[in-house]
Design a binder for this molecule. Structure first.
Ligand code: ADP
Length: 218
């Protein structure tokens, strides 16, 4: 379903979101103080507006209250990011997602009602560190500070085991929710089917338990 997005701040982060959303067929309004930044995304935006996100008259002119989703990706100007978030929440936009520069900025954005706060550099840093330190972690999604969904590579060590013999629920308090084999995801894996080396186990659980499973079984 086509949705209406507005992106305020078209640096590297904002412009890559703008392009992706546009290619997915959504309507995207791009807002930046810098004409050059807007010119660079012109082909990937439904509308462009040159101006300051903190300017209430501009937000009225854009009709910001009619958007489903506003992404605020203003860079170093933390004051402008906070003020823009406040104005947009005042317009009752249901989904306001904001890029934070640091933990203090993150806290303030949470307090003033941002619906989601990103730390792309920090998140990518943790992700890369996880890949670098493990041969078996392929990808993960953090559900909260403690819980994740993680894709792990089945090694020779686990090959031949089944979900019944492995029994991760009772041994590790975590669950294999799907198994990926040759690019196909089986969300109802047969519990008596032997796991093969190279299968990808998609697991959900507490991070500590998932690590215990990985260190003992893979
Ligand atoms: P990134 O790390 O995503 O590349 P940048 O700091 O390079 O971040 O980009 C931030 C963008 O936000 C720039 O294009 C800048 O012109 C824009 N910007 C900064 N302040 C405002 C503001 N008050 N209103 C609208 N756009 C802004």
């Amino acid at each position: 379903m086509k949705k209406q997005f507005a992106i305020i701040g078209l640096g590297r982060f904002g412009s890559s979101i703008c392009k992706e959303l546009y290619h997915m067929g959504h309507e995207v309004a791009a807002v930046d103080v810098d004409e050059k930044k807007l010119a660079a995304v012109k082909e990937f935006a439904t509308q462009t507006f040159c101006g300051n996100g903190t300017d209430e008259a501009l937000l009225e002119q854009i009709g910001i209250r009619n958007f489903d989703h506003v992404i605020i990706a203003i860079g170093d100007d933390i004051q402008a990011s906070i003020l823009t978030t406040l104005h947009i929440k005042d317009h009752n936009v249901p989904n306001v997602w904001v890029k934070a520069q640091n933990n203090y900025h993150h806290k303030v954005l949470d307090k003033i009602g941002a619906d989601r706060v990103f730390h792309p550099e920090k998140e990518m840093g943790s992700r890369i560190a996880a890949y670098l330190t493990s041969d078996t972690v392929l990808d993960y999604i953090d559900l909260s500070a403690d819980y994740s969904i993680i894709e792990m590579l089945a090694t020779k060590k686990v090959a031949g085991e089944t979900l019944i013999t492995l029994d991760p629920r009772s041994k590790y308090d975590c669950t294999i929710i799907a198994i990926k084999q040759l690019g196909k995801v089986d969300v109802t894996p047969d519990p008596s089917e032997p796991i093969k080396e190279g299968d990808i186990l998609i697991m959900i659980g507490n991070k500590k338990d998932l690590r215990r499973f990985r260190e003992s079984e893979l």
